[in-house]
Structure formats: structure tokens, C-alpha cells
Design a protein around this ligand. Structure first.
Ligand code: AP5
Length: 226
């Protein structure tokens, strides 16, 4: 009997701060067993651990600018080397520059893998400020919430782990968000055309409700893993 195998999915989520990349990557992880690789989370962990990379990244992140490709690629390569990524990954917040996109191509080529889809989550900048201003996260498990758009079912208790401590990100101030949006438009948005030219671009309307966007992304994952 012939063994049926699913191809490891490499899904890129592109979108400005607040587009919902983290929210959706987490849902896809749970639904499809893929691994969410968020360079923002990896960098925040490095900052918290006080590693040399984390110390170099801290001030850059606080200004809302992009951390150097060298640091980001080193952190991502370490994470990709772990065996849980073999089934497939959702790249959340990576690549963010043409240099990172080229490095990713070379890395995947070397492993005989290809990008299944690069999904641009299309949103309005103005709405992103409101989304980010209301965001908070479970301090135990990292589940994301919003003061208006996604509250825990029981106030003050995480739906996923029952934790009762929540945090807000240091770079979610109005000034830093404006800088992050600028960095996105100047350095990351050009990747949309790059992935379109490679024939892997998909666009999803990110202004809808969270479950509707999850449905659209789930359909893309099913297609690229079929
Ligand atoms: P990173 O952590 O990647 O942040 P970001 O790209 O600014 O994105 P966010 O995490 O703010 O937003 P999101 O799209 O994940 O939205 P979320 O799902 O939380 O990067 C932080 C910093 O690290 C960068 O500024 C940079 O310095 C550095 N960095 C990271 N990667 C790098 C790289 N590759 N190269 C260089 N530097 C790098 O949603 C936001 C809120 O809205 C939540 O509260 C959520 O509940 C709510 N929400 C989500 N979807 C919806 C919806 N459809 N409707 C209503 N509310 C919604």
C-alpha cells in the first residue's frame, strides 16, 4: 500500500503591526499542527533572557525599527533547526526585508522545501492603532486578547490555560506603533510584489471578523498541504 504523505507547509504571514498575524498563526497552529515561528516572539524571548542578540535588539525594538537581518536570521535558524518544525511552519513577521526573503529562499532550497503561500493580510492603518492599543496577552501561555475585539470568556481568566496574569507589550505605545507602521510600508510591503512575481502570493481581507479570516487562511493551508 502506498504511503500518503502531506508536504511540509511553509506559510508566510505578511501584514503590518496589528494585522492579526499572531492571532491567526496561533489558530493555524492549533488547527493544523503547524509550528508558529514569530520572529517578534523569538526576539522578545532573547531580550528577556538577556542574550547578546537580545541586548542588541532591545533598543531597536523600543524605537519600532527593524532589528538587523544578521540577528534575526541567526535567531530564526536556531529555531528552525528544532525537530518540531518538520511538519510545517507558519512564519509570522518574517521575512520583513528583501535580504531576509533572499536568505529564506536559500535556506529552503538547501532543504528541498518551497514556500507554499505568502499571505498578505490586508488592513487599514487607522484600524491598526485601535487594535494594538487594546491588545493584551496571557503571561502564562501567550494567548492574545483585546479589550474590545477578543475578551476572555471569563473576565481576568485566560481561556486557554486558566492563567490570571496578563501583560501588555512595551512597544505598543502610539509613537512606537507609528514607527512600526512606517517600517512596514518602507521595508516589508515591497515583499508583496516579490511574492506575487514568484506566483505564491495570496491576499486575505484582514478587516473581517477573526473566525472568518481563520477560515480563509485554513482553506489556503489545506490547498498547500494537499
Ligand atoms: P512583531 O512582534 O512581529 O510585531 P508586529 O509585526 O508589529 O505585529 P504585531 O505582533 O504587533 O501584530 P499582529 O499582526 O501579530 O497582530 P495580533 O494578532 O497581535 O515585531 C515586533 C518588533 O520586533 C518589530 O517592531 C521589530 O523591531 C522586531 N522584529 C520582529 N521580526 C523582525 C524581523 N523579521 N526583522 C527585523 N525586526 C523584527 O493582533 C493585534 C490585536 O488585534 C490583538 O489584540 C487581537 O486580539 C486583535 N485582532 C486580531 N485580529 C483581529 C480582527 N480581525 N478584528 C479585530 N481585532 C483583531
Amino acid at each position: 500500500m502506498q504511503e500518503t504523505r502531506t508536504r511540509p507547509a511553509v506559510l508566510i504571514l505578511l501584514g503590518p503591526p496589528g494585522a492579526g498575524k499572531g492571532t491567526q498563526a496561533r489558530m493555524l497552529e492549533q488547527a493544523f499542527g503547524l509550528v508558529q515561528l514569530s520572529t517578534g516572539d523569538l526576539l522578545r524571548a532573547a531580550v528577556a533572557a538577556g542574550t547578546p542578540a537580545g541586548r542588541a535588539a532591545q533598543a531597536v525594538m523600543a524605537r519600532g525599527e527593524l532589528v538587523s537581518d544578521e540577528i534575526v536570521l541567526a535567531i530564526l535558524n536556531d529555531r528552525l533547526a528544532r525537530p518540531d518544525t518538520a511538519r510545517g511552519v507558519i512564519l509570522d513577521g518574517f521575512p520583513r526585508t528583501p535580504g531576509q526573503a533572499a536568505a529564506l529562499d536559500a535556506l529552503l532550497d538547501g532543504q528541498g522545501m518551497a514556500i507554499g503561500a505568502a499571505v498578505s493580510i490586508a488592513v487599514d492603518d487607522a484600524a491598526m492603532i485601535a487594535r494594538i492599543a487594546g491588545r493584551f496577552t496571557c503571561a502564562e501561555c501567550g494567548a492574545g486578547y483585546h479589550d474590545r475585539f477578543k475578551q476572555p470568556h471569563e473576565e481576568g481568566v485566560c481561556d486557554e490555560c486558566g492563567g490570571t496574569a496578563f501583560t501588555r507589550r512595551a512597544d505598543d505605545t502610539a509613537e512606537t506603533v507609528a514607527a512600526r507602521l512606517r517600517a512596514y510600508h518602507e521595508q516589508t510591503a515591497p515583499l508583496i510584489a516579490y511574492y506575487e512575481s514568484r506566483g505564491v502570493l495570496q491576499t486575505v481581507d484582514g478587516m473581517g471578523a477573526i473566525p472568518d479570516i481563520a477560515g480563509a487562511l485554513g482553506a489556503i493551508v489545506k490547498k498547500v498541504t494537499a
